[in-house]
Structures are given as C-alpha cells and as structure tokens.
Design a protein around this ligand. Structure first.
Ligand code: PLP
Ligand code: COI
Length: 344
C-alpha cells in the first residue's frame, strides 16, 4: 500500500461544492475525431463567444465518486455505466460519443493525479468526479457544433443535503422537469438549467428539494432535481418509480439489486401515484451525490404526507440498504462482479 500525503482539508465538515484540485483531463474533438487528451493544471476553459454550449446549452455530464476503501485502496463504483450513460446523453444531444475505454482511462488518470484529495476512509467524504462534454465551436443557426471538448475534473465532497442523514422535506413542484419524449432520461445540462428556478423557489419556501410529478398527468412520482426515489411499503417491499422520463440512476439500479440479492427483499419498479404516498412506511432519495437520503415528509399543495418509518431518522430498511450499498463501495462487503474498479 502506498502512503499518500493528504491535502489539508477538514474532511468531516466539507459540504457539496466545487473545490479546485490539481489536475483535470481534457480531450478535444475536431475533424471527426477525439485527440489523445492530456492532464492539465488549468481549470479555465477558453472557447468561442458563440460556442454551442453557450448559445444552445449543448452539454451533458456525469457524476461519480472515488472512495478510499477500508484497506486503503482507491476505487470507483460502476464507471462503465457512467460511460454508457454519457454516450446515451451525447447521442440524444447530437454530440460525439467519448469512447468507453478512453473514458475509464481518463477517470483513472484524474483520480491518480489527485490522490491527495481523495478523502480518507471513515470521514464520510469522497472525491466527486465530473466528466462532461460540450460543444466548443461557434454556431449561430440552431445546429450541433462541429467541435467538442471532453473534460473530467475532481472535487472532494461531503453530504449533498445539509444535515447529512437528517430526513428532508420535499415539495411537490408546480414546475415540470421533463416532457414526454424530451430529455429527462439523459443527463443534459439543460435539464438542470430549467430546474434552477424551481429549486430556488422550493428553497425560499423552506424545502430541501422538489418532487417532480410526471409532466403529462401530474399524478405520478418521477424524481427530484438530482436523485431518484425509492419507497418502502409497510411489509418491507422496496418500490421505485418506473418512467421513461427520469434519469436511470446507477445508484437506484444498484440499490434494487442489493435489496433483492443481498437483503432478500421484494422489489418492484412500477408507476407510483401521488395519491398512494401515504401508504408507504419509508421514503428515500438515491443518487451519486445524494447517496441514500431519507425523506421525512412530502408536501403536496398543503397536504402533508409523513413517512412514519423515516420521519425522524433514516428508516430501518433504508438504513440496511445504505449500509449494504456503502459497504460495497467502501470495500467492507464483497461487491457483485464488475462493480468496483480499483485505481490504486
Ligand atoms: N436523477 C437525477 C436528475 C440526477 O441528476 C442524478 C444524479 O446523477 C440521479 C437521478 C442519480 O443518478 P446516479 O445514481 O446515477 O448518480
Ligand atoms: C450526481 O448525483 O452525481 C448528480 O449529478 C446530481 C447533481 C444534482 C449533483
């Protein structure tokens, strides 16, 4: 095991924000191909004033984390799925796909070059990795750019929601997140741009996040601005909304597998109606940034739905899911084959 001198950071108390680290990876797409790519110390991007990303939001991204495991290794969790989802996002936005093998190598390089920023085991913090692609050459008419840039930067992060594992309260939003046949199923920057007014409004009213109902009928649960939902029934079944307009969360897909194969729980992916929320014992959010965050209450236009199992602290089943999933990520529990990529 190599001993790594760590940066002087108060790991236990960092929030979820940008922190400049030493190196990031950059590759450019020009004349129909990606170059080799390099690591650079320069955190600034210089692009044309009419770049596709600036005019028509031609950008998509990923979110993943590097973990220090219990034995001191540094690993990433299911990065092949992030590579695949970035490819799906790129195709939907008429952008070139960044090859999966090169994606994995870029992640390795960025983590290795920033090892001193990978939070130590046991601090609760992780190194967040942000791969993204954007249109870098000028456009004026509405069309895809001819040139692109792929970058990956790293930033040490703590809990996404203030208060860590304290249950949060959500608001059923009056805004739509994703239209049928729109871009809700991919990680397009534009999905987040249009959610900013909704999140600021929710925060101003004292809510931690929004629950977005489906845009077509406004009767079904979709997701929040940055995480998928799971619910636990009173007889311990784990239920998650099925929809073509939500982001296929890697955490949620992993969680459903863990529920079934590690914990022997029944699982179900189906339509979840706002009108049935009161029947569930526990509610939680899941995602790379959110990990598993308990939801204590959802407010639907004055109607309060309290989840008795997760209103004061993380619910019993949610906690088991949390312990098992993070146990796998931190190397305390054996992972299913192919879930962990060891970097050092
Ligand atoms: N839903 C949205 C809108 C997100 O931004 C994210 C974050 O990536 C997720 C869900 C969770 O996905 P994952 O578990 O792959 O991080
Ligand atoms: C992630 O979980 O990685 C995301 O991209 C969500 C974002 C709201 C931070």
């Amino acid at each position: 095991m190599v001993t790594i001198e760590k940066a002087n950071i108060d790991w236990e108390n960092i929030g979820f924000g940008y922190y400049k680290t030493d190196k990031r990876f950059v590759s450019n797409y020009k004349d129909g191909k990606w170059d080799e790519g390099i690591l650079t110390s320069d955190e600034n991007v210089v692009i044309n004033e009419s770049a596709g990303v600036l005019q028509y939001a031609q950008t998509c991204f990923e979110g993943m984390k590097a973990y220090t495991t219990v034995d001191g290794s540094v690993v990433v969790f299911r990065p092949d799925l992030n590579a695949q989802r970035l490819a799906d996002s790129a195709k939907r936005l008429e952008m070139p796909v960044y090859p999966q093998e090169k994606f994995l190598e870029a992640i390795d390089e960025v983590v290795k070059a920033n090892l001193k920023y990978v939070p130590p085991y046991g601090t609760g913090a992780t190194l967040y990795l942000r791969p993204y692609i954007f249109g870098s050459s000028p456009v004026l008419g509405v069309k895809p750019a001819a040139e692109y840039q792929f970058r990956v930067f790293a930033s040490p992060v703590g809990p996404y929601f203030k208060g860590g594992a304290k249950p949060i309260t959500l608001k059923v939003s009056d805004f739509d997140r994703a239209a049928p046949k729109g871009t809700g199923h991919v990680k397009a920057g534009l999905n987040y741009a249009m959610s900013l007014h909704a999140i600021v409004t929710a925060h101003d009213e004292g809510y931690a996040e929004n629950l977005y109902p489906d845009a077509l009928t406004r009767t079904k649960v979709e997701e929040t601005g940055g995480a998928n939902f799971f619910f636990v029934t009173k007889d311990n079944k784990v239920v998650t909304p099925k929809s073509d307009t939500i982001l296929p969360s890697i955490t949620r897909r992993s969680l459903m597998y863990v529920a079934k194969e590690y914990l022997g729980l029944e699982t179900e992916e189906r339509d979840v109606y706002l009108s049935e929320l009161g029947d569930f014992a526990e509610c939680g959010l899941c995602g790379t940034a959110a990990v598993i965050s308990p939801v204590g209450k959802i407010v639907d236009h004055g109607k309060e739905i309290v989840f008795s199992g997760s209103s004061q602290q993380m619910g019993e089943i949610s906690k088991k899911l949390y312990d098992t999933l993070t146990g796998i990520q931190y190397g305390k529990i054996e992972a299913p084959e192919g879930w962990i990529r060891k970097i050092v």
